[in-house]
Design a protein around this ligand. Structure first.
Ligand SMILES: Cc1cc2nc3c(=O)[nH]c(=O)nc-3n(C[C@H](O)[C@H](O)[C@H](O)COP(=O)(O)OP(=O)(O)OC[C@H]3O[C@@H](n4cnc5c(N)ncnc54)[C@H](O)[C@@H]3O)c2cc1C
Length: 469
């Protein structure tokens, strides 16, 4: 039994498509409005500038995407996505050395471009009989009832002219560069409070053909930064068409290179020589793309004083986390599943409004809380990080001496992970959001870590040994 007749989704990227998928179960019709046009096949779009960059979908996100769209995984693979178990194919250089070999069959990932992923998600979505996507349709503002208490639709601009579209619910997934706050201001709604933790990260990425004579023994290779003195990280990541995306990420640097010499120079300063060697040997297939403003930012819509009814922000409109942790798409999938659950559970005289209110309250607690605190804590370890958070507890936690303590703890855990396959597996399962941190950082491990924190650190070898596989 539908909860409403028509749901409108602003933005036809990953959050919008996943939201539309769950809305299709509770509404008679769902219309996704996308400003860009997808074209005839997978292609990068103006509205998704991050699509040029490394996009890893965590194992949890892949799993949930494929739960929402059965058959998506095999379709991606048939189109060239590279499927592998993280424990077998990924070589990860942690802050204190290569992670040891471990086994886990819970970390299946598929390497592809964002364009390929979004194309196939769209293909699956549009198989649903009650969902349509209108492309080349830019939302310009929100429509409300005369009291301005509830959103009733959107104003749109198309090539054919401007018009209005009405619906029972407007889900706003217009992304990190969206005009949502302006739209809300126009209808008299105050901006929601925001929390920001910004370590001033910048990305520099390029697409490559793999070196012909290289048999690297890995599918993906990455090296993590080491707070507080080694802010450079890198990843090389397989995508469809026997290609790779290679990227460097810096913390605190004012600029990132967008030229050959600068890119190679920066790669040379990594503590792992493998990357410079690979980048020097591989054939570039693209210019170098850069991205800044990759801070952790969450808007607390649940605390917005007069958010109108029947308006639901989701995805990057609500929160963007430092992309180095690769959580965005997984959060989009978890948000959509939580929305589906809120809609299914809704009751009372106005179940739709009840579902929206409940979802807004659940998002920060059930979806964002753990990834946010992991990202915020990790990024607060860097000198110069901007910290402006709403939660009193977090304001207390994200400052000295707690950061000093956490820095030491993180050194201890990372040193232990470089020697302990069980811990390496646990940390990777936490990173992929397969396990909650508390399951890995249990009492026994915490005792070992605290003991290690105050023991003299072992010397770190100057040259990192080559991976064993
Ligand atoms: C450099 C970088 C690297 C990243 N790497 C990863 C990663 O490795 N793994 C991961 O999971 N996540 C990663 N992310 C995050 C991920 O890209 C986002 O979390 C994800 O795309 C969220 O999608 P979204 O649908 O909320 O927003 P977007 O993907 O930004 O989509 C918004 C959509 O709305 C449309 N739109 C905007 N305004 C309007 C309008 N007025 N009318 C109609 N349509 C409109 C846009 O055209 C666009 O299609 C990365 C992000 C960045 C910046």
């Amino acid at each position: 039994m539908p909860i409403g007749n028509h749901a409108i989704v602003i933005g036809g990227s990953i959050s919008g498509m996943l939201a539309a998928r769950v809305l299709s179960e509770s509404f008679a019709h769902v219309t996704v409005l996308e400003r860009d046009r997808y074209g005839d096949g997978p292609a990068l779009r103006k509205g998704q500038p991050q699509g040029w960059h490394v996009h890893l979908i965590l194992a949890r996100g892949r799993m949930e995407l494929e739960r929402l769209f059965p058959g998506l995984g095999p379709d991606l693979e048939a189109a060239g996505a590279v499927c592998f178990q993280w424990s077998e194919g990924a070589r990860v250089n942690g802050p204190f050395g290569w992670l040891p070999d471990y086994t886990s069959d819970r970390l299946l990932v598929r390497g592809s471009t964002r364009a390929l992923l979004d194309w196939h998600v769209r293909d699956h979505l549009l198989r649903l009989p009650n969902v349509r996507m209108e492309e080349g349709c830019a939302v310009k503002g929100l429509l409300t009832d005369p009291s301005r208490r509830a959103v009733t639709g959107v104003r749109v601009a198309r090539d054919s002219g401007d018009s209005e579209i009405y619906g029972d619910l407007v889900v706003d997934t217009s992304g990190r560069a969206s005009a949502s706050l302006k739209w809300l201001e126009e209808i008299g709604c105050a901006a929601p409070p925001e929390s920001v933790v910004d370590c001033h990260l910048a990305y520099s990425c390029r697409w490559y053909e793999a070196p012909k004579d290289a048999s690297p023994g890995w599918k993906l290779i990455s090296t993590q930064p080491k707070a507080p003195d080694d802010p450079l990280s890198a990843a090389i990541f397989p995508i469809e068409g026997d290609r790779y995306i290679g990227g460097l990420a810096t913390i605190g640097l004012k600029s990132v290179p967008d030229d050959d010499a600068g890119f190679l120079e920066l790669a040379k300063s990594l503590r792992t020589p493998e990357f410079h060697a690979w980048f020097s040997a591989a054939k570039p297939l693209s210019p170098i793309y850069t991205f800044r403003q990759a801070s952790n930012r969450v808007r607390h819509f649940e605390r917005a004083p007069n958010l109108p009814d029947r308006y639901l922000p989701m995805g990057d409109v609500v929160g963007t986390l430092n992309p180095i942790y690769g959580q965005g798409i997984t959060l989009a999938a978890l948000s959509a599943l939580t929305l589906g659950d809120s809609l299914a559970r809704a009751s009372g005289p106005d179940p739709l409004s009840a579902a929206v209110r409940s979802h807004l309250q659940r998002l920060p607690r059930e979806v964002y809380a753990t990834p946010w605190i992991m990202a915020a804590l990790g990024d607060s370890l860097w000198p110069g990080t901007t910290i402006a958070v709403q939660s009193r507890f977090q304001r207390w936690l994200l400052r000295e001496p707690w950061l000093w303590l956490f820095r030491r703890f993180s050194v201890a855990i990372n040193r232990m992970a470089a020697e302990d396959p069980e811990l390496a597996r646990g940390l990777m399962e936490v990173m992929h959001m397969i396990k909650p941190p508390a399951e890995v950082l249990n009492g026994r491990l915490m005792r070992r870590a605290f003991w290690r924190m105050f023991r003299a650190p072992r010397p770190v070898p100057g040259v990192v040994p080559a991976p064993s596989r």
